[in-house]
Design a protein around this ligand. Structure first.
Ligand code: PLP
Ligand code: TYF
Length: 397
């Protein structure tokens, strides 16, 4: 059966973890995977999550099957974060939300649903994009192309090229957009640019698919929803995948959601019925724990405040590491201007380090980064910052 099976390539990011774990050096640092670590280098268990879990454990709830689309309390909590609790779309019944297995699972059920709706569409992802976007949509059966996005010269978005491309796509094309904290570049669109993208999607009859994996990691819960809010105000139909992996530090619980904005309540019912079919034929219904914890935190004023404070703490610590890295590089005598690191948003910095420099960081210093030069700032801390800065200074010298 398996004689002709070829060895698949490793995931370029998750594969790094395996190499890192096998490295015996005590000074090793993993700047590869996009995970938030606290200043002690540990993945935090948020106090808001602890409190919700304690209450849940004490109540010893039964473990029956969930509804196919997950609990409605969870869907409502997700919708309020994405669209704002007073959104007219919510009042009109124009949004359906299904719990999903992380942001990845949300993208996949969205992709599977779209494949049934519009099998011949091409999916467009940013150049570059999260490593898994292309493979995920290809495995769902789509042809995947890039639209221009990052401009290495300005370390920002080549918006003219992006617009020119989106403006020329055939109607029905699916456009995957990073709603905030672009992975891997940290370069986001401005408010005005989002409005232009909404206009291009409307004029071109495109299908927008917003991917929101880092709400709260740029400027805050509300400001980071700007892209979703512009699309919501446009009257268009669109998809949003969202994730609590990062914002709740619940990576392994696999908790995310797919939300779809429809034209009307009646349409929502039809769309949800088909999405439920996609879910049922994949995994029947989603797990209980992550959704219960997130819904409990977001529906309790005290726990919600605790969570917002803890999320702000993560955001502020990443910012401090950005500034710290830039200052430490200067102190190491690096003449190249790295101040762009402070302007990039979210967990990552696209450092401009070459694949050879990244390779030297690994072999000579035990510092692991993605070969594209992406590093995760959230893996820096007060103990490894100087070491990392010294190593970068050596490889760029
Ligand atoms: N989309 C983007 C842009 C991401 O960076 C990530 C990162 O993990 C995901 C989706 C997937 O999120 P999750 O881990 O919740 O599946
Ligand atoms: O980009 C990252 O590092 C995170 C984590 O297949 C991740 O989004 C990376 C690869 C992957 C799943 C999650």
């Amino acid at each position: 059966i398996f004689a002709a099976v070829e060895m698949a390539p490793r995931d370029p990011i998750l594969g790094l973890n395996e190499a890192f774990n096998a490295d015996a050096r005590e000074t090793k640092v993993n700047l590869g995977v996009g995970v938030y670590y606290d200043d002690n280098g540990k993945i935090p268990l948020l106090n808001a999550v602890k409190a919700a879990e304690k209450a849940r454990l004490e109540s010893m709830p039964p473990r029956g099957y969930q509804p196919i689309e997950g609990p409605s309390a969870y869907a409502q909590a997700v919708q309020a974060l994405l669209f704002g609790k007073d959104s007219a779309l919510l009042a009109n019944g124009q949004v359906i939300t299904a719990e999903a297995l992380g942001g990845t699972g949300a993208l996949k059920i969205g992709a599977d649903f779209l494949k049934r709706l519009n099998p011949d569409a091409t999916v467009y992802i940013s150049d570059p994009s999260w490593e898994n976007h292309r493979a995920l949509f290809e495995f769902a059966g789509f042809k995947v192309e890039n639209y221009p996005y990052y401009d290495a010269a300005t370390r920002g978005v080549d918006f003219a090229a992006m617009k020119a491309c989106l403006g020329g796509l055939p109607a029905g094309s699916i456009v995957v957009l990073h709603a905030c904290c672009h992975n891997p570049t940290g370069a986001d669109l401005t408010d005005a640019q989002w409005q232009e993208v909404v206009g291009l999607c409307r004029d071109g009859g495109l299908v927008p698919f917003l991917d929101m994996a880092y709400q709260g990691f740029a400027d805050g819960i509300e400001p980071d929803a700007v892209a979703v809010r512009h699309f919501a105000a446009s009257g268009l139909q669109f998809f949003v995948s969202s994730s609590f992996s990062k914002s709740f530090s619940l990576y392994g619980e696999r908790i995310g959601a797919l939300s779809i904005v429809t034209a009307a309540r009646e349409e929502s019912a039809r769309v949800l019925s088909q999405l439920k079919r996609v879910i049922r034929t994949n995994y029947s219904n989603p797990p209980i724990h992550g959704a219960a914890v997130v819904a409990a935190v977001l529906s309790s004023p005290e726990l919600r405040q605790m969570w917002e404070d803890e999320l702000a703490g993560m955001r502020d610590r990443i910012r401090a590491m950005r500034t710290g890295l830039v200052e430490a590089l200067k102190a190491e005598g690096v003449s190249q201007d790295f101040s762009f690191v402070i302007k990039q948003r979210g967990m990552f910095s696209y450092t401009g380090l070459t694949a050879e420099q990244v390779e030297r960081l690994r072999t000579e210093f035990g510092i692991y980064a993605v070969s594209t030069g992406r590093i995760c700032l959230a893996a820096l801390n007060s103990r490894n910052l100087a070491y990392v800065a010294r190593a970068i200074a050596k490889v760029v010298a």
